[in-house]
Design a protein around this ligand. Structure first.
Ligand code: MTE
Ligand code: MO
Length: 559
């Protein structure tokens, strides 16, 4: 059996293993699919600089790239296992077992690991893979039941005739007859070892046709199991539940958006970011599928009385609607990890007051359904701002990507310390006692948003016509508000930009300025000043540990 055949058998067996694992994970829970668990562990173990590099390089595709990478490595190992299995099937089975062990370890060490049942997808997958591998290797080696071995014992030499006769149309359970088979089994037993277990010289029964039909069967099994597993994966149940949610009217509606909030300039970010364009950041590889009927939020720790509320409880409370701009601490100067939406939710303070925060508590350690944690200063949430347990975004029930059924939104804080999606638990605690997900990974425990501004038009590298043109963009300093935006060309005088209207201090603010562009290459720069009089620093800092600083600077060509 040539090496390519072994590799192919290994690959397909690996596919069967993953397919069956996916199928079982469809019932046990999609996060118990071992590839996801291994991928999650990889994310957690990756050093912060590498992670930052991946986010910068691959942006929102970083998860796909990681999963792709894990799959490529798995495929390589599976092929190798197949090659080894040609020598001795036991090597192949041992390889798959080792694989399974890594999967079991990854599944059990997840932060949101359940019980021993979580290992079922991995174990079932590894077993199915081992079975598929031995089946394929036997097929490829011309072992058909026991016939090939028997044939070789009869003729003393191997079996191109056997292959030929098989090619003649008798199927795997062709018209040999039971008696004949029994006789062959007996002969085989006397031969003591099945052909596949023999090494080297006496293994010449490579049967390409039977290998390839087996491979085709394996591919079908792997594909069907994968598709079925995903279907069962609960996605549909959650989609249906999501479609069935009736959003109550807000007790406190948002102020209407001022007509002057949108300057209506081509290429300028709209005041409200449409949901499908809203940036997404999460550590989860597979989004948690949380059924709102089973959702509960538990509040405990330094409280007078722990409380537990359901989704129905939450929707019965008075709802507040608020326009709030969300920003990611990983956003580079000029970057796109910022968006503005109209959120609908219950004020976090209202829910927390039911529990009663103790005086010594200063941190709300929230946990999401996928185990991600987030530490939010309690005083910020309780100070009267629109810090929400949000259930809707821009008039639509939250999408799963943005945290369905419930996520936090806190104006003024970067997302990693405030915006927990799929939130299910809040431990009221202290910053000197607890740490959230990103803190030991090189990010600051507290993350107030820094005043920032961005040029949206023109784009860096654009070629413009000489003459009057418009420079425009957005600026933000959530919960303080933007008071001024200035622009300068080629390090000349700073000129005041025109500011759009805003409904309040919690959103970004559009700005624009006219410019008489002259021929040549020009450098454009912007800086904002917040309502507390703080002007953006020119000092450049990277996103880690607490947010990038510097002035957005770009170059355009004018002809
Ligand atoms: N469960 C969970 N919630 C999370 C995160 C996460 O990784 N997991 N990332 C946070 C970060 S870093 C940001 S910037 C915001 C992004 O919210 P969005 O994806 O809705 O834009 O979500 C926050 N909430
Ligand atoms: Mo973020």
């Amino acid at each position: 059996m040539p090496a390519w055949a072994g590799a192919l058998a290994g690959l397909v067996s690996g596919g069967v293993a993953l397919g069956i694992a996916q199928l079982v994970a469809g019932f046990v829970g999609p996060e118990t699919f071992p590839v996801v668990a291994v991928g999650d562990a990889t994310v957690d173990l990756t050093p912060a600089p590498v992670k930052d590099w991946a986010i910068r390089t691959f942006g929102e595709n970083d998860k796909a790239v990681l999963l792709g990478g894990v799959l490529v490595v798995l495929a390589g190992i599976a092929a190798l296992i197949g090659v080894l299995a040609r020598r001795r099937l036991a090597y192949g089975v041992a390889g798959l077992a080792a694989f399974g062990a890594v999967g079991v370890f990854a599944v059990l060490t997840r932060p949101d690991a359940g019980g021993i049942l979580d290992t079922l997808p991995t174990l079932a997958g590894a077993a199915a893979g081992a079975w598929a591998l031995s089946w394929l290797v036997r097929r490829a080696a011309g072992v058909r039941g026991s016939r090939t071995t028997a044939a070789s014992s009869r003729t003393g030499e191997h079996s191109s005739q056997t292959t030929a006769s098989e090619g003649g149309g008798a199927g795997p359970d062709g018209p040999d007859g039971a008696a004949e088979r029994d006789r062959l089994v007996e002969l085989d037993r006397r031969a003591e070892r099945p052909a596949v277990m023999r090494s080297g010289a006496d293994l010449r029964a490579f049967d390409r046709r039977r290998l390839l039909t087996g491979v085709a069967g394996g591919v079908v099994v792997a594909g069907a199991a994968t598709v079925l597993g995903r279907q069962f994966g609960g996605r549909q149940a959650v989609d249906t539940a999501r479609a069935g949610v009736a959003l109550p009217r807000p007790a406190t509606p948002a102020k209407p958006i001022p007509t002057g909030a949108n300057l209506g300039i081509n290429g300028l970010s709209p005041f409200i970011t449409p949901n499908q364009d809203f940036y997404e950041v999460h550590t989860a590889l597979v989004l948690p599928q949380v059924d709102p009927r089973e959702w509960k939020l538990r509040i405990h720790g330094l409280v007078d009385r722990p409380v537990e509320i359901t989704y129905a409880d939450l929707l019965r409370m008075p709802l507040t609607e608020a326009d709030v701009t969300l920003t990611c601490v990983s956003n580079e100067v000029g970057g796109g990890l910022v968006g503005n939406a109209r959120w609908l939710g219950v004020r976090m303070a209202d829910v927390l007051r039911q529990a009663g925060l103790r005086a010594d508590a200063d941190m709300l350690l929230s946990t999401s359904a996928d185990g991600f944690t987030c530490g939010t200063p309690a005083d910020v949430v309780m100070d009267g701002r629109d810090a929400l347990f949000a259930v809707a975004m821009n008039g639509e029930v939250l999408s799963v990507n943005h945290g369905f059924p419930v996520r936090q939104v806190v104006p003024g804080l970067y997302g990693y310390v405030s915006a927990t999606k799929w939130v299910v638990d809040i431990k009221v605690t202290r910053f000197d006692r607890d740490e959230a997900y990103w803190t030991p990974r090189g990010w600051s425990a507290k993350g107030p948003i820094k005043v920032q501004s961005r040029i949206d038009v023109p784009k860096s590298g654009d070629s413009l016509k000489a003459g009057r043109t418009t420079i425009a963009g957005v600026a933000w300093a959530q919960h303080t508000g933007i008071d001024a935006v200035e622009v300068r060309v080629d390090r000349g005088e700073w000129r005041q930009a025109r500011l759009a209207e805003v409904p309040g201090p919690d959103t970004w603010r559009q700005w624009s300025i006219d410019w008489d562009a002259t021929a040549g290459e020009h450098m454009l720069q912007v800086r904002a000043t917040d309502a507390a009089g703080r002007t953006q620093t020119e000092q450049e800092a990277p996103p880690a540990p607490d947010g990038a600083t510097g002035w957005h600077t770009l170059t355009v060509r004018v002809a």
